[in-house]
Design a protein around this ligand. Structure first.
Ligand code: NAP
Length: 317
């Protein structure tokens, strides 16, 4: 695609990997000028697009010809929490097939890990303890509830189904998915969680999703249920989760995202025997694939079309 005359400024991954962005964009587009965020030769009034994967302060407000912002990831909270962000600019979320695939792989790994109590087995190895623990159920007798049926949630649900799990889902607006019970809105969260032996959080951070998994809602889940959270950390009230794990109300948790990242050294999740911690690594996509996605989004905007996965401020995601 020809994007002659446009200048894209990139803040994602840092200068050491910038050449990968240059290669990816060269493959996907002709004429698009791609420059690194801290390149001192870039004049603010030449910048027409930005690709931003981390907080950048107020700099975005200083580009008078900016047409749109591409988020380096699926979430946009690193952008929208900046008060100087110009409200009229379209923000496009990163939603490539690779993001959905890698997130689905992580969710499958986490669900199987909870099913076979992988955390217990890992701790046994650390202690050099022979622990002939066998699970009590299979994927076919385990109900997995996916919170969030968007780009990632729908793909993860199908991958879980492929492993044999009984799957169902919950979202804000009602979805129709073949052979699948779906639940919608806060009013149906209770029956959804009550039917989830494992609940998987794939929700964005919004006021409505913050603290949704807390003592009140954990009490709706089956005794000994598991929790996976790979959406945003604000979903889970950590003290309530730890209390539920400590008393056996919940059986285990796999957490990839946290309210404060990197996770502080004194956070209780690091050492909890029923919690597996990963460092916000559940989903990723190659720079080549993300560059092609950005170029397609630019082309849609230039045609006057609305690109898919546009952030809608009224909805909050
Ligand atoms: P998406 O396509 O926007 O889907 C979001 C889903 O959440 C939609 O189904 C939406 O419902 C639902 N939802 C939002 N607010 C809700 C509410 N209050 N109650 C019930 N459902 C609600 O987003 P996505 O691309 O699937 O990504 C989901 C999140 O995953 C991202 O926001 C990001 O934070 C996270 N993520 C994490 C990683 C990682 O490495 N850990 C990587 C990528 C993404 P509707 O369908 O009704 O709109």
């Amino acid at each position: 695609m020809n994007q002659a005359g446009d200048l894209l400024l990139v803040k994602s991954g840092g200068p050491a990997v910038f050449h990968e962005w240059v290669d990816g964009f060269a493959e996907a587009s002709s004429g698009l000028e791609v420059r690194e965020w801290d390149d001192p030769s870039v004049r603010d009034d030449n910048v027409t697009y930005v690709l931003v994967g981390q907080p950048v302060g107020d700099r975005i407000s200083r580009f008078p010809k900016l047409k749109a912002i591409f988020s380096g990831g699926a979430g946009v909270d690193h952008l929208t929490r900046e008060p100087t962000l110009p409200p009229h600019l379209p923000i496009i979320r990163m939603a490539t097939h690779e993001n959905a695939q890698t997130m689905g792989e992580y969710v499958c790994l986490a669900a199987l890990g909870l099913l076979r109590d992988w955390r217990r087995l890992a701790l046994a190895q650390e202690r050099r303890t022979w622990d002939p623990f066998l699970g009590t159920r299979t994927a076919r007798t385990t109900r997995v509830g996916v919170l969030g049926l968007g780009h990632i949630g729908l793909h993860a649900l199908e991958m879980l189904r492929g492993l044999g799990f009984q799957v169902h889902g919950w979202s804000r607006s009602r979805k129709t998915i073949m052979d699948t019970t779906t639940y919608a809105g806060e009013g149906e969260l209770q029956p959804f969680l009550a039917a989830s032996d494992i609940a998987v959080g794939l929700l964005p951070h919004t006021p409505a999703t913050s603290g949704l998994i807390c003592q009140r809602t954990i009490d709706w889940m089956p005794h000994g249920a598991g929790l996976v959270n790979a959406g945003r950390g604000s979903l889970v009230n950590i003290p309530d989760l730890v209390a539920a794990l400590d008393c056996g109300r919940l059986g285990g948790a796999v957490l990839d995202v946290f309210e404060s990242e990197p996770l502080p050294a004194d956070h209780p999740a690091w050492t909890h025997p029923r919690i597996t911690v990963t460092s916000h690594v559940a989903g990723f996509a190659t720079r080549r694939t993300r560059a092609a996605y950005v170029v397609e989004g630019m082309a849609a905007l230039e045609r006057g079309d609305s690109p898919p996965h546009l952030y809608l401020p009224d909805r909050g995601y």
